[in-house]
Design a protein around this ligand. Structure first.
Ligand code: PEP
Ligand code: MG
Length: 358
């Protein structure tokens, strides 16, 4: 065809006509959502609520976790709920009528606890010391912390539902998905789902509005992948957390010296890429495939996505497309690449099919 080459936005529109996978963004704030929507994101696949407690809000979450006195803890929880209500109202307003997956708190405790010597007083230092862990990424994270601090998830969920009611009053209805992190036992998910249900009931009693939502889980531990069938009994969607799933499948730390090992393994040709950057089809990918099959056997229409770093990597996206997942979610700047990669995967499959038909 004669004429100038198509510009990027035209190419991306072609990609959108071809691709099957939806592309969402990992975003925690309204500003990030706005940026990502402008780049073509079709919703939020992961809002990491723990990011809303770093910086200025650290003292607040510390009070919730470390308060010795129940009255002080309750007061901190009320403040937390109020702060989250504002966070969620802004986020949901930016999301509009799109889907949004809000993940309940998942922070390794070392991100929240005061460093040794930084506590407010000796009593706080003593309580913090009791909670410091040698392996925080394997410790009191995600749902595990929420089961020890039983008001934490209800406070977050009530804030979220109340924010949805506020936003719905302006005529916007985000498709809300509430997600539980770091599950490895179906019992953990059932307990967290009950907290969320109670929060929905409380908001319905208070506002007269029953907020529609889906309850789902991260699948980011090998055990969760293996027990996908049991988890699917409690979950309307799964989001594969391929960062933790890679860490836990290989036993390579996401953060530490294994980077040197990975570099050396690539030099030796053991690995073609870091498994944290590209889904390994034989290990992590095989676990995902197995989980997809087991989940669908229990809940055929279960919604499935990926929200780890791999959600923005073209080869990993092709793998997810091949499994028939519903969406990938990635950082805002990777959204255009993900749109192209999702289309490329469809074209590649068509090409192979037409080749094998010949
Ligand atoms: C993951 O583990 O892949 C994930 C998306 O969660 P996070 O990176 O927040 O642990
Ligand atoms: Mg994770």
């Amino acid at each position: 065809v004669a004429g100038p080459p198509p510009d990027l936005s035209t190419l991306l529109e072609w990609a959108d006509e071809t691709r099957r996978l939806a592309v969402r963004v990992n975003a925690d704030t309204a500003a990030e959502v706005d940026t990502a929507v402008a780049l073509g994101a079709e919703g939020v696949g992961l809002c990491r609520t723990e990011h809303q407690f770093l910086g200025e809000r650290l003292p607040l979450i510390r009070r919730v976790i470390l308060a010795a006195d129940p009255a002080a803890r309750d007061e901190a929880l009320v403040a937390l709920e109020r702060a989250q209500h504002e966070d969620f109202r802004a986020l949901l307003t930016a999301v509009g009528n799109r889907p949004v997956t809000v993940r309940l708190l998942d922070a390794p405790l070392h991100e929240f606890l005061p460093a040794p010597g930084q506590a407010l007083d000796a009593a706080e230092e003593q309580r913090a010391a009791a909670l410091r862990e040698a392996n925080p990424m394997l410790g009191l994270r995600g749902v595990r912390l929420a089961l020890l601090h039983e008001r934490l998830y209800p406070a977050q969920a009530e804030a979220l539902f109340a924010a949805w009611v506020d936003v719905a009053a302006t005529g916007v209805r985000p498709a809300l998905e509430v997600m539980v992190p770091l599950i490895s036992l179906p019992e953990e998910l059932a307990a967290a789902a009950a907290y969320v249900r109670e929060a929905a009931d409380a908001v319905a009693a208070r506002t007269g509005v029953r907020v529609p939502y889906r309850l789902g889980t991260m699948v980011e531990t090998p055990r969760a992948a293996l027990l996908a069938g049991e988890l699917a009994e409690h979950a309307e969607f799964f989001s594969f957390g391929t960062n933790d799933l890679t860490q836990l499948t290989y036993g390579f730390s996401r953060d530490d010296v294994e980077r040197q090992v990975l570099a050396s393994y690539q030099e030796r040709g053991f690995l073609t890429a870091s498994p944290f950057a590209r889904l390994d089809p034989h290990g992590v990918g095989a676990l995902i495939a197995l989980a997809v099959e087991r989940a669908r056997s229990v809940r055929p229409g279960i919604k499935l996505g990926v929200c780890g770093e791999h959600g923005g990597d073209p080869e990993s996206i092709a793998f997810c497309d091949g499994l028939g997942l519903d969406y990938v979610s990635c950082s805002a700047h990777r959204v255009p690449v993900a749109r192209m990669a999702a289309a490329h995967s469809v074209l590649g499959r068509r090409h192979e099919e037409s080749g094998s038909a010949r």
